[in-house]
Design a binder for this molecule. Structure first.
Ligand code: AMP
Length: 112
């Protein structure tokens, strides 16, 4: 999608700290980290949020998130957060999962 910031990151039009990429998914460090490890995992296809995603896309998203968490050394545990919609504090309308691991730095995303 032309004006989507995450689509621009996938296309390399906006710089990002990429940590993982495969055919369908892309992962990069959040610009405002809320935890020692804060990575965003997104599908390459533009889908607004979980309400608009099908089972296969969501399955792949969580599978990729687990793979990235493992790669980041988060074997002790982590949280996966996907904000959805205006009242769910979603600020970027491109489906994403936050991987939050280690010491928390900012506000608690569970309370967002
Ligand atoms: P959400 O509030 O769930 O929609 O989360 C969107 C996240 O995207 C926020 O945590 C932002 O800090 C993050 N974000 C926005 N722009 C960028 C960017 N250019 N690079 C990395 N993370 C970003």
């Amino acid at each position: 999608m032309d004006n989507c910031i995450f689509c621009k990151i996938i296309r390399g039009e906006i710089p990002s700290q990429k940590v993982f990429e495969n055919e369908g998914y892309f992962a990069f460090r959040d610009i405002h980290p809320q935890a020692k490890t804060h990575v965003l995992v997104i599908p390459k296809v533009h889908v607004k949020n979980v309400l608009e995603a099908d089972e296969a896309l969501l399955g792949g998203l969580f599978h990729t998130a687990a793979q990235v968490a493992r790669q980041e050394g988060l074997s002790e545990g982590f949280r996966l957060v996907s904000n959805c919609g205006k009242h769910g504090a979603q600020s970027v309308e491109h489906l994403h999962v936050h991987i939050l691991g280690g010491e928390q730095l900012g506000e608690d995303m569970r309370g967002k």
